[in-house]
Design a protein around this ligand. Structure first.
Ligand code: NAP
Length: 528
């Protein structure tokens, strides 16, 4: 199969006169074909299609929607290695990593299909009528959750499969019953076209309405802003820069009818090296830290960008081993020239800070836009005085915060901005200190980790990939795991309805098939 570069407006393909090229990540050369950029007419067509698909799509039986998600997974896998090769050309990410990412993408589609069938997400509740109640009777009240409407999904540069056209946000929105209009990331339009084809094939095969997916490509921000402003779009899902997320939040808030924005933006993922852990295993901690720091050339939102530890021999040993490892690190190609430029600028700004010490940089790059690792240190007092020293440098860079005593570790955790994760490296002897830090950790981040590293996010039922601002725009939710579906639903209650008028899953004959609460009491449901 070859790429055409055309947009997807539902099942139709459209070429436009305004085109752009993907770049080969390693050499910076344009890749074929030319990709059509969407303009006003294409935004209008995609949003009209999504709106007309909304009613029939959300009315589809859960089993059919689940089969659609599973069929997308099957079609992605059927594309074989061509998909992985194209993603590698466009992003520079190793093929092995991309194969793993494809497995995650397929896995999360299947997990959400299973979640759909289980039906808990419907949130069914019934408070039966109490006609004899005194002093006033109670009417019959029933509740379920319904889809919000079409969702604009912004593909992320650093996950061309798992957080792009059929990634986590798309899977959650489609599971909830929301058609999607994807703003493709301009760094990987070929990968996006392959995946959009898989979705369209799956939609045709399972009888979904055409507007369930549109893919709009384009190399400038005006497209995304116009899409976010369209009144038929009812929610936004985004992963990327803080500036991009904030811009979309602003567009959403200024609409005549504002809509929710689920933006995953920036995080430095503090890791606390606790005293007993540093005493017993400083060397292995240093090696594990370097592995986590350099994974994917540091281009993960979960990169360990801030290390906290108390001054002492253990920290000195940790720093010496980490420093020696960093100076030996070979640079590797970053996702885009722009991301590399941003990274170098951020590292340059950090190095120019008077209070910060540059401990080590990786080897000089021999090729364009290769990320060169950087390790800094700073005192806790300086970091507390200058919060910008804890800002994300998207790439393989980290700052070690030297704390004079335990109270400073707590003070730093209490002063940091919201994070996706916070980690403790600890031993039994650190228990009391860990217990003292826990309330601040809970206030700080969405995922608390003990004796692991933040990179690597399990896609599961209990996972939270979210956190207070600016980790995300809405810390009440997650973008990874089955709870992600909640972002695209809202509760509706039906008071005094006859059985015939009720939605099917709330009718007397259907209710026992799915988990529900009857007058507050939990009932499991027997649907298989
Ligand atoms: P980005 O610049 O935020 O772009 C992500 C997507 O949002 C693109 O499709 C982009 O479209 C769109 N967009 C950006 N600004 C917009 C605006 N003002 N209005 C409407 N749409 C907008 O992210 P990126 O290209 O992936 O990387 C750039 C920087 O983002 C990195 O250097 C890094 O600092 C950060 N980043 C963070 C994470 C994370 O997980 N925390 C992940 C990736 C990137 P256009 O490109 O067409 O404008």
């Amino acid at each position: 199969m070859s790429l055409s570069g055309e947009l997807f407006l539902g099942f139709e393909r459209r070429a436009t006169n305004h085109t752009f090229h993907a770049l080969d990540a390693v050499h910076g050369r344009p890749l074929s074909p030319a990709f059509s950029a969407a303009g006003e007419a294409e935004i209008e067509a995609a949003c009209a299609l999504a709106w007309s698909a909304f009613a029939p799509y959300r009315a589809k039986p859960l089993e059919e929607r689940a089969a659609f998600l599973e069929s997308i997974a099957t079609h992605i896998l059927a594309q074989g290695e061509e998909l992985v090769r194209r993603a590698h050309e466009e992003t520079g990410l190793p093929e092995a990593r991309l194969s793993g990412e494809r497995a995650r993408t397929v896995g999360q589609l299947r997990l959400l299909a299973a979640e759909l069938r289980a039906g808990e997400w419907l949130g069914l509740r019934v408070d039966p009528a109490l006609p004899q109640r005194q002093p006033a009777p109670r009417p019959d009240i029933r509740q379920r959750r319904i889809a919000l409407g079409p969702v604009a999904v912004f593909g992320a540069s650093n996950f061309p499969l798992a957080f792009s056209v059929a990634g986590g946000d798309s899977a959650a929105a489609l599971a909830a019953g929301c058609p999607i209009v994807v703003k493709g990331h301009p760094a990987h339009p070929g990968t996006s076209e392959w995946v959009a084809k898989a979705i369209v094939e799956a939609a045709r095969e399972t009888g979904m309405p055409p507007g369930v997916l549109s893919l709009l490509n384009g190399p400038d921000t005006a497209l995304g802003a116009a899409l976010a402003a369209d009144p038929r779009i009812r929610a936004i899902a985004f992963t990327g820069s803080r500036a991009g997320g904030l811009a979309l939040m602003s567009v959403a808030a200024q609409r005549r009818a504002p809509i929710p924005v689920y933006a995953e933006m920036s995080s430095v993922n503090p890791v606390v090296l606790m005293p007993a852990a540093l005493t017993t295993r400083a060397a292995s901690l240093a090696r594990e830290f370097i592995t986590s720091l350099t994974l994917g050339v540091g281009q993960f939102c979960t990169n360990p960008g801030l290390i906290l530890a108390i001054e002492g021999k253990g920290l000195d040993e940790f720093l010496e081993i980490a420093r020696a490892a960093v100076v030996e690190l070979a640079p590797a190609v970053m996702l885009t020239p722009g991301i590399h430029r941003n990274f170098e600028q951020a590292v340059g700004r950090m190095a120019a800070e008077g209070a910060v010490k540059l401990l080590a940089r990786g080897l000089e790059p021999g090729a364009p836009h290769c990320g060169r690792a950087a390790l800094f240190s700073v005192s806790a007092r300086s970091l507390l005085a200058e919060p910008r020293l804890a800002e994300e440098m998207f790439g393989p860079a980290s700052v070690v915060v030297r704390c004079a005593e335990r109270g400073e570790v707590l003070e730093v955790l209490e002063h940091l901005e919201g994070q996706l994760t916070v980690t403790l490296q600890m031993e039994e002897g650190d228990l009391a200190f860990a217990q003292a830090l826990l309330p601040a950790m809970e206030r700080l981040a969405g995922r608390l980790i003990v004796n692991g590293w933040p990179t690597g996010v399990e896609v599961s039922h209990a996972m939270v990939h979210g956190g207070p601002f600016p980790a995300t725009s809405d810390g009440r939710s997650t973008s990874v795991g089955t709870l992600a579906i909640d972002r695209f639903l809202r509760p509706v209650c039906y008071q005094g309805f006859s059985d015939a008028l009720l939605p099917e899953e709330l009718r007397a004959a259907q209710l026992d098939r799915r988990p529900h609460r009857l007058d507050g009491e939990r009932r499991p449901g027997d649907a298989r």
